[in-house]
Design a protein around this ligand. Structure first.
Ligand code: NI
Length: 184
């Protein structure tokens, strides 16, 4: 099943999402639906549960869509549950980001180059991994979502002022995009 994607302005995107345990109902199906929703949106490479209205600490990332340019991302498909970023380190790197919950906008965001993250996967196996570069970028973006943040929280107040009317329109559901969305 493909979920509608909740738009910027919906309160679920501002909630601190809750951890889940193994017994979370229909978890396998939900994960499969998350990937279906992501693929339906085509230009997305990551999706967090709050973006489909579920305030739980789960996000999915599939970098294989970029494998044409970057062969090392072939098969890079992961589920992060109950994730905790324990360390962010290295240089600050600026890069353009977009978000399926904020259609039609991209903004430059500065983030740390590297992270250490603890999480469990879809089988509740524990992992502690270090990521750098693009994967670290995407993970930090999705991780923001489970803490009730969105990437534009990181941009300057002046920049935010400049895109204010666009954001207001998105919050009202006035967007044109090819995937199903849900406003507040
Ligand atoms: Ni996002």
């Amino acid at each position: 099943m493909v979920y509608p994607i909740y738009l910027y302005g919906n309160p679920v995107l501002r909630k601190q999402a809750q951890p889940i345990d193994k017994d979370y109902p229909e978890l396998k199906q939900f994960i499969s639906d998350m990937f279906d929703t992501l693929y339906k949106a085509e230009d997305g490479i990551g999706l967090a549960a709050p973006q489909v209205g579920k305030s739980i600490r789960l996000f999915v990332i599939d970098l294989s869509l970029l494998a044409e340019d970057k062969p090392e991302y072939k098969g890079w498909k992961k589920v992060f549950i109950n994730a905790e970023i324990t360390e962010r380190f290295g240089d600050n790197v600026s890069m353009d980001e977009g978000c399926l919950s904020i259609p039609g906008l991209t903004e430059t965001v500065s983030r740390k180059k590297s992270i250490i993250i603890k999480y469990v996967d879809e089988n509740f196996e524990e992992h502690e991994e270090t990521y750098s570069g693009y994967p670290a970028r995407v993970i930090q973006h999705e991780y923001d979502h489970i803490d009730g943040h969105v990437y534009i929280d990181h941009i300057s107040p002046i920049r935010r002022q400049l895109i204010k009317s666009k954001l207001n329109n998105i919050a009202k559901g006035k967007v044109s995009c090819h995937y199903k969305v849900k406003s507040a």
